[in-house]
Design a protein around this ligand. Structure first.
Ligand SMILES: [Ca+2]
Length: 188
């Protein structure tokens, strides 16, 4: 048990050291929360910024944005065209593809990024909110190894659906209760 705890500390130190080295970043415009079984929903604009000194996003490695393993939603794979902006917009293709059972968005990088190059990605959607998932973060992957180099500083979560009464049903009951009250006042 003690050895396990120690190894977790070592892993923690190593992972914080590697994230300190990789200064590329990913940031969604906002947190997003989705109801279970909710409709396909547009992603908040995602901004990716490469390291200001030693860029790591390359034509060979491409750029992947991954929904965490076990998180109960997918990218909307019917949408294969992203809206791309930012200084590095000419260095990627707007045509998207998906991997990893639709958990990973692949953006084809066509030319290596320069120091501090930024990219915005929008016009895509999330789908298949199959069950509740606790708040988590999108992951940025910049080569085929699948290693996460940065986590989104905003959160995603799937929340249990709140049962909704049809509006007409609610309105009818309000009318009945009000009507009953008025009848009682008149007949008091
Ligand atoms: Ca490429």
């Amino acid at each position: 048990m003690r050895a396990y705890a120690l190894s977790m500390v070592v892993v923690g130190i190593l992972s914080s050291a590697s994230s300190a080295l990789a200064a590329s970043s990913i940031s969604s415009a906002s947190n997003q929360s989705f109801p279970v079984a909710g409709i396909t929903t547009a992603v908040a604009t995602i901004t990716v910024v490469d390291d200001g000194v030693a860029p790591v996003i390359t034509a060979a490695g491409d750029l992947r944005i991954r929904i965490p393993a076990g998180f109960n939603m997918t990218w909307d794979t019917a949408d294969t065209t992203a809206t791309i902006g930012g200084a590095a917009s000419s260095r990627v293709s707007t045509s998207t593809s998906y991997e990893d059972s639709d958990h990973t968005l692949v953006v084809d990088v066509t030319a290596d990024f320069g120091p501090g190059d930024s990219l915005t990605i929008s016009g895509l959607s999330f789908s298949n909110f199959s069950a509740p998932s606790a708040a988590d973060n999108l992951e940025l992957v910049v080569d085929g190894s699948g290693v996460t180099v940065a986590h989104d500083d905003k959160a995603i979560q799937v929340v249990g659906a709140v049962p909704m009464l049809p509006l007409g049903f609610v309105a009818a009951w309000v009318a009945i209760l009000l009507g009953g009250g008025i009848w009682r006042l008149r007949n008091a």
